[in-house]
Design a protein around this ligand. Structure first.
Ligand SMILES: Cc1ncc(COP(=O)(O)O)c(C=O)c1O
Length: 385
C-alpha cells in the first residue's frame, strides 16, 4: 500500500485548515473590513450576505440566525407552531431537528428513512399524519436531497407546512432547484464543518414568504420590529447572525459551487474504488447531492475493528449517528421503543463516515479506499459488506 500517511489519523474527516489556507487573503480582508467598520451586530455585511445567499438559493428572502438550531426553532415559531401541535421529521438526523420542535413546545413525530437515500420515507410519512400534525421537516441528510416532490404533494393534500432542514446540503439540487427553496422555509446551519461554514456558530432561513421572513427577523432580534430600537412587539430571542460571520460567509459562498463540485468528484472516485465491495451512497434520480458526509455501510459487528484499523494507518472516520433520535435519552419521553424505526436503527449500527472535503487529494482517496477494503478483509468471519 502506498504510504501517504503514518499513524495518528493524518487524514482527518474534515480539513478546515486546508480550506482556510487556500482563501487566507480573502478571509483576512473580510475580517479587516469588519474590524475597520466596528459594526459587529447587523449592518452591511449581514444584509449583503443575506441578499447573496437568498439569490444563491433562489428565494426572495434570507434571514441570518445565530445557528442552524435557531433557524429551525425560529422558523417553526414564525409559522405559528407551538404547544399541542405535532411536527413530523426523520428518526435519522442530528438531534437539533427534533430539539427545535421541542423548543417551540410542539411534539416531534418521528418517521423512518428510506434505506437508499437515508432521508424520510414519504410512504411512512403519510401514515404518521394525525389531526394535530402541522408541519413536516424533511432533512437532506449527508447532503442528499429528500424526495421533496412527493413530500410536497403530501403536505398540500393534508394542509401541512413544509420546512426543509438543509443544514447539511448547501447548494444541493432537487430536480434542478436548490434545496431550502422548495418548502415554505428552508433552514441552514453554517457550523464550521458544514459545506458552507462560518468561523463559529451561524445559520439562516430562506423563504419567499415576506411575513415569515419579517417574523423570523423580529424573533431573532429581541422581538424588535424592523427599524425600531426600543419597541419590542413580541418576546423574542437574541439569535442574530453577527457581522464577522457574515463577512466570512460572503467569502466562502463564492467558493461553494467549486467546493461542492470537488466533493462530487471525490464521492465518484470513492464510489468507483469501492463498487461491489462496500455499500456506498447512491444519488436518487431527482438529486444532485453535495456530499457533506460520505457515508458507507459496513457490517455492524465489524465497524469498531474497521475504525481502529483505519485509525492505525492514519485515516479518521466518524459515525453519523450512533443512535437514532428515538433512542436518545433526551427523547425517551416520546415513548418510542427499540425496533420502532428499523431502517434508522440499522443505519446507526453500520454507518461509517470516510474523510470528505474538497481539498482531499486523489492519492489520498485511493489510500483511504484501499485501507478500508484491507480492514474489511481482516475481519475474519465477515469479509466485505
Ligand atoms: C441536520 C442538521 N440539522 C440541524 C443542525 C443544527 O445546526 P447548528 O449546529 O448550526 O445549530 C445540524 C448541524 O449540526 C444538522 O446537521
Amino acid at each position: 500500500m502506498m504510504n501517504v500517511n503514518s499513524g495518528s489519523e493524518a487524514i482527518p474527516l474534515v480539513d478546515l485548515r486546508a480550506q482556510h489556507e487556500a482563501i487566507r487573503e480573502e478571509l483576512h480582508a473580510a475580517l479587516e473590513r469588519v474590524l475597520g467598520s466596528s459594526r459587529f451586530i447587523g449592518g452591511e455585511e449581514v444584509s449583503a450576505f443575506e441578499a447573496e445567499f437568498a439569490s444563491y438559493c433562489g428565494t426572495s428572502y434570507c434571514i441570518g440566525t445565530a445557528s442552524g438550531t435557531a433557524a429551525l426553532s425560529l422558523a417553526l415559531e414564525a409559522c405559528g407552531i407551538g404547544p399541542g401541535d405535532e411536527v413530523i421529521t426523520s428518526a435519522h438526523t442530528f438531534v437539533a431537528t427534533a430539539e427545535a420542535i421541542e423548543h417551540v413546545g410542539a411534539r416531534p413525530v418521528l418517521v423512518d428513512v428510506d434505506p437508499a437515500t437515508r432521508t424520510i420515507d414519504p410512504a411512512k410519512l403519510r401514515l404518521a399524519i394525525s389531526g394535530r400534525t402541522k408541519a413536516v421537516i424533511p432533512v437532506h441528510l449527508y447532503g442528499h436531497p429528500a424526495e421533496l416532490g412527493e413530500i410536497q404533494n403530501i403536505c398540500e393534500r393534508y394542509g401541512l407546512l413544509l420546512i426543509e432542514d438543509a443544514a447539511q446540503a448547501h447548494g444541493a439540487l432537487y430536480n434542478g432547484r436548490r434545496v431550502g427553496s422548495v418548502g415554505r422555509v428552508g433552514c441552514f446551519s453554517f457550523y464550521p464543518g458544514k459545506n458552507l461554514g462560518a468561523l463559529g456558530d451561524a445559520g439562516a432561513i430562506v423563504t419567499d414568504d415576506a411575513a415569515i421572513a419579517a417574523k423570523v427577523r423580529m424573533l431573532a432580534d429581541h422581538g424588535r420590529p424592523a427599524g425600531s430600537k426600543y419597541e419590542h412587539a413580541c418576546v423574542g430571542y437574541n439569535a442574530r447572525l453577527d457581522a464577522l460571520q457574515a463577512a466570512v460567509l460572503r467569502v466562502k459562498l463564492r467558493h461553494l459551487d467549486s467546493w461542492n463540485a470537488r466533493r462530487r468528484e471525490v464521492a465518484s472516485l470513492y464510489g468507483k474504488l469501492l463498487a461491489g465491495q462496500v455499500s456506498t451512497p447512491l444519488a436518487a434520480s431527482w438529486a444532485e447531492p453535495v456530499y457533506h458526509l460520505y457515508v458507507v455501510e459496513v457490517p455492524p459487528e465489524a465497524r469498531e475493528h474497521v475504525r481502529s484499523q483505519l485509525s492505525r494507518v492514519g485515516v479518521a472516520t466518524g459515525i453519523h449517528y450512533p443512535l437514532p433520535v428515538h433512542l436518545q435519552p433526551a427523547f425517551a419521553h416520546l415513548g418510542y421503543r427499540a425496533g420502532a424505526f428499523p431502517v434508522a436503527e440499522r443505519l446507526c449500527q453500520g454507518v461509517l463516515s470516510l474523510p470528505m472535503y474538497p481539498e482531499l487529494r486523489v492519492e489520498q482517496v485511493h489510500y483511504i479506499a484501499q485501507a478500508l477494503l484491507k480492514a474489511l478483509d481482516s475481519v475474519p468471519e465477515h469479509g466485505r459488506a
